[in-house]
Design a protein around this ligand. Sequence first.
Ligand code: SF4
Length: 281
Amino acid sequence: MRVLEACPRRFALQYIGNTPRGETKQDLRTLGRRRPSGDYMRRAVSEAIHRRLLALKRNERTSPGDEAAWVRDYVRAAFMSGGEASHLKLDRSAVDDLVSRAQHRARRSREIDLLKRIDAGESMEWLPLERRQPRVTHRSLLWTAPDLIVHIDGTWNLVRFAMEAGRSGPREHERLELGLMLDWAMAEPSLPSDPAAFRIRRIAWRWDRWVDWQRPGTADWMRESRDLLDADIHILQRAHLKLDGFGNLDALPTARKRRECVSCGYRAICPGSLVKPIKAG
Ligand code: SF4
């Protein structure tokens, strides 16, 4: 949803994968995976939090030192020869800078109140989830699961970690994306079927700390989120028809904000890019 909102052309390239210029689907997949260097740092933090929670679930403890080493290896592997980000050709000191930023964020995540309560072994039900596993519905494949679900103080908390936030609260389209976690929860037979039984939380990195934004779930919120999803699927189907019928990528709208193109791997082939193309090599 966020990608579609930010740039319909990027969405079509990433999820439909067809251009009249001769790039294969594999080319498009490779380009679509390209990220600015900071994304590898953020992904390392996200993976570190996920790994720590998985270890805790198995009653294993990870020390801050283990985590720092793991984050370092993850970031370095992305930039070394043959790594996913090797085309960016960062020098050693730039990679080390990303490593230390990732380590700092991972270390600070140990101060998140909810994670401290889990870490302290407080009695409650909780489960880390794999957001990258899609849910198959009659409509589509949906990536709407939370990163973590915690039953605490009589409420089910659906938690999404955001590795960078420009504001302390989500923007409207992000709020609606978060509301899709309610849609996910309604499809889980072991969870209550009332959105009011849930609390939506977005724990995001902002200005050197983790900020925990949270609101009670409501049926209206879930409905608005579903409506947006349906509208997006409809746009996607129309985009699909346009691309398959006419092969005309240029017919699709482009990003309105420069920052969307900065993080987009399709800069190498997109004439609508608002920033200089990434080298295609
Ligand atoms: S380079 Fe910019 S305009 Fe082109 S697909 Fe990517 S985000 Fe959209």
